[in-house]
Design a protein around this ligand. Sequence first.
Ligand SMILES: C[S@@+](CC[C@H](N)C(=O)[O-])C[C@H]1O[C@@H](n2cnc3c(N)ncnc32)[C@H](O)[C@@H]1O
Length: 227
Amino acid sequence: MSETKKPRALETKPRALETMGAHEDARLSSPSNSRNKGPLLEALSTVLPISANVLEIASGTGEHAVHMCTAMPGLSWQPSDIAEDALASIEAWRLAAELENIASPLNLDVTIDAWWDRISISPSVMLCSNMIHISPWEAGLGVIKGAGALLPAEGLLIFYGPFCKAGVHTAPSNEEFDRSLKSRDPDWGVRDIEHISEEAQLSGLSLENEIPMPVNNQVLIYRKGAR
Ligand SMILES: C[S@@+](CC[C@H](N)C(=O)[O-])C[C@H]1O[C@@H](n2cnc3c(N)ncnc32)[C@H](O)[C@@H]1O
């Protein structure tokens, strides 16, 4: 296979998410994103169709969007986030990558009532990575209800992150992480797959697969049933 040359802008370094200072552009970079984008791509490439309209909720830096869309050119990717610096970063990554299959990010808060009525896209897949444990449960509920409203029959809702099951953590490190999340905000915390699945059922989505990922994370695949 011939080596694909990177667009020149991607050869300059983005700043780390945690650092502030003088920067070349608005691109942010998160160390965890750099670590998990490879395994996430591997997992997604086993479940996504070659061509799909993906709505990514809480895109963060925008690195996942660029990584997935570079590897899977048949995807049309709509990133989104609630935070101004994230929106600027996503747009900067998009422009630097010179990819035609990523749209400019939507400013989207999934805790807003019926947020799905305010957007005019028709995703066949929704992806939400590393968000529902670092936000109040209303955000997770908003993603699930949005998937129920927006996805067609057979459409996929995909979560990535740390999860527990029936109240049991998959590893001591996740239990410790759950404690530290709750100490930062009592409304945050590692979510329970059974609870997510109960809510998903109410929106017509069934858990189809749980894919184990590095460092005790998981990918959860929910599929929309026939209306
Ligand atoms: C830990 S980052 C995860 C970013 C990226 N998906 C990843 O996996 O690296 C969580 C993101 O969720 C976004 N977020 C938090 N609450 C949100 C909400 N109510 N609606 C949409 N995005 C939200 C934050 O702005 C942040 O970019």
